[in-house]
Ligand binder design. Structure first.
Ligand SMILES: [Zn+2]
Length: 482
């Protein structure tokens, strides 16, 4: 018998808002612990929450991008549990009436195949604070510190559906997480920087015989914030559960933790003592009352999504599928490409200069039409210089690095510094002759028909001229002389 996994994700993402969900404290990286706190987000007696409108809009925006139904009368609920990082003793979340339900994400598997994954719900909630242990682990620490900067930061929780179009392979699980992250970044809902904990996931996983529609007992793995660990944990759980099932044993329904060092999951708590959260409607917040117009306005904020943009780039600019996928991975990069593309015929050259040269010197997250240290006008200018053969690739690279972050355009730098291609008139022939005299053996080989050796000679001339000459011209001159 062959088994297949049924994988369900609860993805948490911190929203890009200026302030926290229920108070005016900044939602930003703080200079030190407990800097962004107030009586509301530290749960002092007598305070009342005031809902952040932008957070509601961003949650709806996510729901719309995931093809969910939006509940105009959504309400908040109290999730009660005791933990020292939760100052009120409860978390304001959503339970029975979440903002968004019943969506679908078309996941791009291997950038080609489209597989639907059901989205059960997307809801809004507040984050908890952070416990800080002075030594390595919770067990050895003599005391614990608490930092409430994160308490009250708005989160969305995206729950995939284990019944309707579930995730049934490790490969699809990976593609799903990548697509969710790309989508949230594209629509400007979250930065999703995993290393800052801005995106985290809980995973539910069970096995069933392949082809069956039933469900086995599921195991939950909590709070992971790296794609690699999430996939390692799923992969380990698949093997562990399959072994037990093959031995005729039952899978215990329980919560497990992933031990990152040993790459195994270990039991945390069983179903018997699973917490009872005693959910009830939040009495301090009235239910929402959204109009069709409010929702329409948010729908209009959603930009072209990466997958349709990739298709359009293929049709409009003649990029291959692979190239279109690379250039549309980050919204800023795709906007940058488009800001330049309208000016050139040769889109492939532009693609190469962005992915090979710009990616080398500017971090991808910093590439946007407005914010890039090498703005689109400079790129257009530089490629024009290449196209009109006023620069070699080597010189262009040098000019690019020199204009990076400055106000001088590539043309201006070329003009001011007198940079120009070395050609016959500029003494290139002398260099060619010198190289030929220095390498008699290579010349002999080329005469015998060893074409590869010619490339070596081209390289020697390039070195002598410090990349100032066009390799094609050098090649022609060498051939003429030999
Ligand atoms: Zn606050």
């Amino acid at each position: 018998m062959e088994f297949e996994p049924v994988i369900c994700f609860e993805v948490h993402a911190e929203l890009n808002t200026r302030s926290k969900l229920f108070c005016a404290c900044p939602n930003a990286i703080a200079q030190g612990p407990n800097k962004h706190i107030c009586p509301v987000c530290t749960g002092q007696p007598g305070v009342l929450p005031v809902l952040n409108k932008r957070a509601v809009e961003l949650c709806i925006k996510t729901g719309l991008a995931l093809n969910c139904k939006i509940n105009p009368k959504a309400r908040f609920a109290r999730k009660n549990y005791f933990y020292p990082d939760l100052p009120k003793g409860y978390q304001i979340s959503q339970y029975e009436e979440p903002l968004c339900e019943d969506g679908t994400l078309m996941v791009h598997l291997r950038d080609q195949e489209l597989i639907p994954v059901g989205i059960k719900r997307v809801h809004l909630e507040e984050d908890a604070g952070k416990l800080v242990y002075p030594s390595k682990g919770i067990e050895e620490a003599p005391y614990t510190l608490v930092d409430f900067n994160r308490a009250g930061v708005p989160l969305i929780e995206i729950v995939s559906d284990h019944q309707r179009d579930p995730i049934t392979s490790l490969e699809l699980a990976k593609a799903y997480l990548e697509n969710i992250r790309q989508l949230l970044r594209y629509i400007g809902v979250s930065h999703c920087q995993m290393e800052l904990g801005q995106m985290r996931a809980d995973v539910n996983i069970s096995l069933r015989p392949k082809g069956s529609k039933g469900f086995g007992n599921r195991v939950e793995i909590k709070n992971m914030s790296s794609f690699r660990f999430i996939l390692e944990a799923i992969s380990y759980e698949m093997k562990r559960q399959e072994e037990l099932l093959r031995q005729g044993q039952e899978i215990l329904q329980e919560t497990r933790l992933f031990d990152e060092a040993r790459k195994i999951t270990i039991p945390m708590r069983s179903k018997e003592d699973a917490p009872d959260y005693r959910y009830f409607p939040e009495p301090d917040l009235v239910p929402l009352d959204l109009s069709e117009r409010d929702i329409q306005r948010i729908r209009e904020e959603i930009p072209e999504l990466p997958w349709s943009k990739a298709q359009r780039f293929m049709d409009q600019y003649g990029l291959s599928r692979e190239e279109a996928m690379v250039i549309t991975k980050e919204k800023g990069v795709s906007d940058y490409f488009e800001a330049c593309a309208l000016k050139f015929m040769d889109k492939r050259r532009l693609y190469t200069w962005i992915t090979k040269e710009l990616f080398r010197i500017v971090p991808r997250e910093e590439i946007t039409p407005e914010g890039c240290a090498f703005p689109p006008e400079f790129m257009v200018d530089l490629i024009s210089l290449l196209e009109s053969k006023r620069l070699t690739e080597g010189l262009a690279r040098e000019v690019m690095e020199r204009s990076l972050g400055g106000s001088l355009s590539p043309s201006k730098i070329v003009e001011l510094e007198g940079i120009e291609i070395m050609d016959e008139k500029e003494g290139l022939m002398e260099v060619v002759k010198k190289v030929l005299v220095q390498n008699p053996e290579a010349v002999q080989k080329v005469k015998m028909g060893q074409v590869n050796t010619l490339n070596f000679l081209v390289g020697q001339v390039m070195k002598e001229t410090k990349g100032k000459a066009d390799p094609k011209v050098i090649r022609d001159l060498l051939m003429k002389e030999i």
